[in-house]
Write a protein that binds this ligand. Structure first.
Ligand code: BES
Ligand code: MG
Ligand code: ZN
Length: 497
């Protein structure tokens, strides 16, 4: 990952990046430009080829300048500026420079941005944007075709408050590394990122951060605890299920912990209710809830948060075979409730049923689960926004605020009696699929309502199907897993200690 330097004078780099607002007449930025470049830029504006519109880009060249290239990037209108827009500008500029094989880049920070978001926050969110943009998953490609590694980012600022900037950089680096850690788990092919590898990744975190206590329950223990749903889902695969427990207990002793639960299906073929092509593609990402939870625990430890936090990850593979669980089977979850299987592809809610039951022993302050749970959530919200389900209005508002502060997007969807009713069953306590008014109507809400049966504490469910990965990249982030949720939860934990 890149190193960072704060500069306020001329520094030689491969690219100077100058973000510009639509209404700006260049005046504030002239000091960082040579006269030659300035002349060029004025002509560029005159031609209207560059107007400062959000994410508009233009390279200007002068081989005799301190940086041989200057990248102008639009910030859009001042009145529309949000942290999300600022981060997209930093991310897009980073990727654009990286694509030109730049190793040292200099980013000019507009004073207006610092005044708007505060110096520490501007730095923190800026470095998250730059590091997440610079990350690529390409170690399987030929060496010459891989993305250039940026070695240094120079932050050019007028402000004398470099201490606050340093503090923002430091926390931003921890958060960004945790986001990229989660993305890497997700991007790794399913033959490599097995339940065992996921458990090993958690154990390695425990070695890296001695404040994290990691415990992995093996199949025998899972059986002994009565986690019949996790066992049932896993039984078609040759790989053994695992149940990962990560504890970070650094708050007051009497303080109830926050518990995060993450769906860890390392590949979801659908099981005997096999997914047809193309829906079976990208199902390596069905462990992104787990990746987010590991990322949250890593970030909490790296930042040294003074809180009690627990991460729970049920993990297995959902595969068809002669030993698979079947439609018509009845499974018993850890809390004693029985579930009739009607579709083996509705497996995420099953493994979460056991994990949510397990969470009860912590007497949690609140439990938040993350899961790539339903295609229905993608139908409702598209692939940039995650679904938020809770009966606790205060938590919903706090999480939405936290998300807004980081540029992640959450939208509240309903829980309610009709959805809970739809999951009841004649031959067992519950069934694993249901709809309201039609077989699959309200699929995201019925899935959430199913999970609610396994909770006896304040609880929130976040459905991150699709919003946690993109097949294609965007100008500010490359394709693949994006680590959705890590940033929001860290922002939430910092503000709700
Ligand atoms: N992992 C999928 C949900 C999913 C779909 C995530 C698309 C990301 C993108 C989940 O296990 C699943 O298969 N859900 C089924 C439920 C259905 C059988 C009620 C679905 O959404 O089709
Ligand atoms: Mg499925
Ligand atoms: Zn799944």
């Amino acid at each position: 990952m890149p190193k960072h330097k704060i500069v306020s004078e001329t520094t030689h780099t491969d690219c100077t990046i100058i973000p510009i607002f639509e209404e700006e007449q260049l005046a504030p930025q002239v000091s960082v430009m040579s006269e030659k470049i300035h002349e060029n830029v004025v002509s560029l504006f005159a031609s209207k080829d560059f107007e400062g519109k959000h994410l508009q880009q233009s390279f200007v060249y002068n081989q005799h300048d301190v940086s041989p290239r200057t990248l102008l990037i639009g910030l859009g209108k001042k009145e529309d500026c949000t942290i999300e827009k600022w981060k997209k500008v930093v991310g897009s500029a980073t990727i654009a420079a990286q694509n030109k094989k730049c190793k040292k880049i200099k980013l000019v920070i507009p004073q207006y941005i610092i005044d708007l978001f505060g110096i520490e926050n501007t730095a923190q969110e800026g470095v998250i944007a730059a590091h997440t943009a610079a990350y690529s998953f390409d170690q399987h490609k030929e060496e010459g075709d891989r993305t250039t590694t940026i070695d240094t980012i120079f932050w050019y600022l007028d402000s004398s408050k470099t201490d606050a900037w340093e503090a923002g950089l430091a926390s931003g680096i921890h958060i960004a590394e945790s986001v990229n850690f989660a993305r890497h788990l997700g991007n790794t092919p399913p033959s490599e990122m097995t339940p065992e590898s996921l458990a090993n990744a958690a154990k390695d975190l425990g070695k890296e951060y001695t404040t994290l206590t990691v415990n992995v329950l093996e199949k025998e223990k899972i059986k002994e605890l009565g986690m019949g749903c996790l066992l049932g889902v896993s039984q078609g695969s040759i790989l053994q299920p695992k149940f990962i427990i990560i504890e970070y207990l650094h708050g007051k002793q009497e303080e109830r912990p926050m518990v995060f639960v993450g769906k860890g299906i390392t590949f979801d073929s659908g099981g005997l209710s096999l997914k047809p092509d193309p829906y079976i593609r990208d199902m390596k990402f069905d462990m992104l809830g787990a990746a987010t939870v590991l990322g949250i625990l890593r970030a909490a430890a790296a930042l040294g948060l003074k809180q009690n936090i627990v991460g729970l990850v049920p993990t297995c593979e959902n595969m068809p075979s002669g030993s698979s669980y079947r439609p018509d089977d009845i499974l018993r979850a850890m809390n004693g409730k029985t579930v009739l299987i009607q579709n083996t592809d509705a497996e995420g809610r099953l493994i979460l049923a056991d994990a949510l039951s397990y969470a009860s022993q912590y007497k949690p302050k609140h439990v938040v689960d993350f899961a790539t749970l339903t295609g229905a959530c993608v139908v409702a919200l598209g692939n940039e926004r995650s679904g938020l389900f809770t009966k606790d209005d205060n938590t919903a508002i706090a999480l939405q605020k936290a998300a807004e502060k980081t540029g992640e997007k959450l939208w509240r969807l309903p829980l309610g009696e009709e959805y809970s009713e739809a999951m009841k069953c004649e031959v067992a306590d519950l069934k694993n699929i249901g709809g309201v008014g039609g077989a699959r109507y309200a699929g995201a809400s019925t899935a959430a309502a199913f999970l609610e049966y396994f909770t006896d504490y304040p609880w929130t469910h976040i459905d991150l199907s699709c919003s946690s990965y993109g097949e294609k990249g965007k100008s500010w982030i490359r394709g693949g897993a994006n680590g959705f949720g890590v940033q929001t939860i860290i922002s939430y934990l910092k503000n709700n200690a």
